[in-house]
Write a protein that binds this ligand. Structure first.
Ligand SMILES: Nc1ncnc2c1ncn2[C@@H]1O[C@H](COP(=O)(O)OP(=O)(O)OP(=O)(O)O)[C@@H](O)[C@H]1O
Ligand SMILES: [Mg+2]
Length: 572
């Protein structure tokens, strides 16, 4: 049943630019077919989708009454109230794809929701009965016929075709239980229903699949399945495929982690191939970040990325890789040992396996040796000889040449985040519409007045504010805050600006960045795994001002031999 969203909700949902190129249409139409539980989807295109895109499915179909609603803005059968957004399982929820497509092309919808062989066609705002079997066919002709400028800015036909085909493959890989067919002047393919491995073979061929590692991982942060090219068996494939909770997504951070894991095996220009499906608790995700729903925000991304890194290390250490041959004794030791705990020490010296083995035997905690010790770990010109662990779930304890180093994990990550955040942030603040404009409540009169009088200042910071019937709403936030934003955070910013009215814009921006960096960092009392500690130290080492946190407190303390001896009154 299609229902019109309440008027209030309509105003709350920002329209956004949904259709920029033919591949965007393919994405929306395939998503609709999958949402309609289709078991067979056929895509036909002509002239890279510019002359024709036709998608035929055997899904639930659309009733005669609902047909005109499909092209109305913000009419959807998938979302009734805004709260449902947080548990949405369908691809669609905004009710704007078909209406957007209708405004930029000549759209025809044929559909039947019954087994009687009777269907309806919607064209030029009129509906006619036609013989039709259950399912829907959407026909899109003359894309951008009414927006010549848009058409001019399309890339070459070849590029548009590649984008279409890649989008198509994204869904083919995601749904092995759906039959897909692709029809075009250049390429005609059928992918019958199969298993996930069967689908990999249909899409990439046996040869490529035999050069990959099949993943099936589950840990406390995510489930991960898919395929990953073997580090020693490089091959080229133009695209990678990444999914989070069954949605195709972009994530430069995840791509980087994977590329980093291969960096000892591949040459710089070689990109590792992968098809990865992550499953995370949906509460830790925000899918409403972008109208195309391609960007997903993961809360506690640092923890997620560290865990991913740890899993990749495990996978790589289990591979028969010539470069790592000299660590086989260590690897086998690793396999036989207990899981990591904080008492165990990680050495980073260039020991031979025999020497390491010796150390293991003589070490009373029976340490597990990291498989990566060949790499030197430095921090602030100090060579970290070993990480002894974490105390009070707050400080990392390391042995260095001079003595001992303590690292405050929160201060360290705050510094790392601040420098990263400054990088993203330039003079121009890109804004992001909040999908639900938020009413600013419980403001005292003075603050309310302050906000309304300083609207241009807030706008410059990326916060657009609107007054409506005596109520104040926050409409946008700076894009760089989207992952983290909470309304309390905004109240803190208001308070801060109110208390320091003379501060320059740049200074306020930096304050926001500092506040953000602090909020998104690991806290004291968070237990860390060894690889998270290593990761933290590595990232801190890359910072410009590594010795102090965003608020000017130290990130690390060193106790050298002399100081320790003094404290113990060995010397005076
Ligand atoms: N192939 C299809 N089969 C059955 N119903 C469909 C199909 N395509 C569209 N619909 C119906 O038309 C409505 C509008 O589709 P549209 O894609 O515009 O919005 P949506 O999928 O609800 O949200 P979004 O804009 O996020 O994609 C859908 O809610 C659905 O009820
Ligand atoms: Mg849709």
């Amino acid at each position: 049943m299609i229902k019109k969203l309440e008027k209030e909700t309509i105003n709350l949902i920002s329209a956004g630019e949904v259709i920029e190129c033919p591949a965007d249409i393919i994405k929306e139409l395939i998503e609709n077919a999958i949402d309609a539980k289709a078991k067979s989807i056929t895509l036909s295109i002509k002239n890279s989708g510019i002359d024709l895109i036709e998608i035929k499915d055997d899904g639930t179909g659309i009733s005669k009454e609902d047909l005109p609603l499909t092209i109305e803005r913000h009419a959807t059968s998938k979302l009734e109230k805004i709260d449902d957004l947080y548990s949405i399982e369908t691809f669609g929820f905004r009710g704007e794809a078909l209406s957007s497509i209708n405004t930029v092309s000549k759209l025809k919808i044929q559909s039947s929701d019954n087994e009687d062989g009777i269907g309806y066609i919607l064209e030029n705002n009129s509906i006619k009965e036609i013989p039709f079997s259950r399912g829907t066919t959407i026909i899109v002709r003359d894309l951008f016929y009414n927006i010549p400028v848009r058409k001019k800015f399309l890339r070459s036909l070849f590029t548009e075709f590649s984008k279409i085909y890649n989008t198509f493959l994204e869904f083919v890989l995601l749904n092995p239980d759906i039959k897909f067919q692709f029809i075009s002047e250049k390429k005609n393919e059928i992918f019958p229903r199969t298993t996930s491995v069967g689908r990999y073979i249909q899409v990439f061929g046996k040869d490529i699949v035999s050069k990959t590692i099949t993943l099936n991982i589950e840990n406390k942060i995510f489930k991960l399945s898919g395929i990953l090219c073997k580090p020693t068996n490089y091959f080229y494939f133009p695209n990678n495929f990444l999914y989070i909770n069954k949605r195709p997504v972009f994530s430069p951070q995840i791509n980087k982690q994977i590329t980093d894991a291969y960096k000892d095996y591949l040459m710089i220009q070689q990109k590792p191939f992968f098809v990865l499906f992550f499953d995370l608790d949906s509460k830790s995700l925000d899918i409403n970040v972008h109208p195309k729903k391609r960007t997903i925000r993961i809360q506690n991304e640092f923890v997620f990325i560290s865990q991913l890194k740890e899993e990749l290390n495990k996978i790589f250490s289990n591979q028969e890789i010539p470069e790592l041959k000299n660590t086989t004794t260590i690897s086998s030791f690793l396999e036989n040992s207990e899981t990591v705990n904080n008492q165990q020490s990680y050495y980073f010296e260039n020991n031979s396996p025999a020497q390491l083995q010796d150390k293991i035997e003589n070490f009373r905690y029976k340490p597990i040796i990291s498989v990566l010790p060949q790499k030197e770990l430095m921090l602030n010109n100090q060579k970290i000889k070993s990480i002894l662990g974490q105390i009070l779930n707050t400080f990392i304890v390391c042995e260095i040449e001079e003595g001992m180093m303590l690292i405050d994990q929160h201060a360290a990550e705050e510094r790392i985040n601040l420098e990263k955040n400054r990088e993203y942030f330039s003079d121009y603040v890109k804004v992001q519409n909040l999908i639900v404009p938020t009413e600013l409540i419980n403001l005292d009169l003075e603050t309310k007045e302050f906000i309304l009088n300083n609207q241009p200042l807030f706008k410059n910071l990326g916060f657009i504010i609107q007054e409506d019937n005596d109520k104040i709403y926050l409409i946008t936030i700076p894009e760089f805050l989207e992952r983290y934003f909470t309304i309390d955070f905004f109240y803190e910013i208001i308070k801060d600006i109110e208390e320091n009215p003379k501060e320059k814009l740049d200074k306020i921006k930096d304050k926001i960045l500092k506040l953000k960096s602090c909020k998104e960092s690991i806290k004291a009392n968070d237990p860390l795994s060894i690889s998270q500690m290593i990761n933290l130290i590595k990232q801190l080492e890359e910072c410009k001002d590594k010795a102090i946190c965003a608020h000017g407190r130290p990130t690390m303390l060193i106790y050298n031999k002399k100081e320790l001896e003094k404290m113990f009154k060995r010397i005076v």
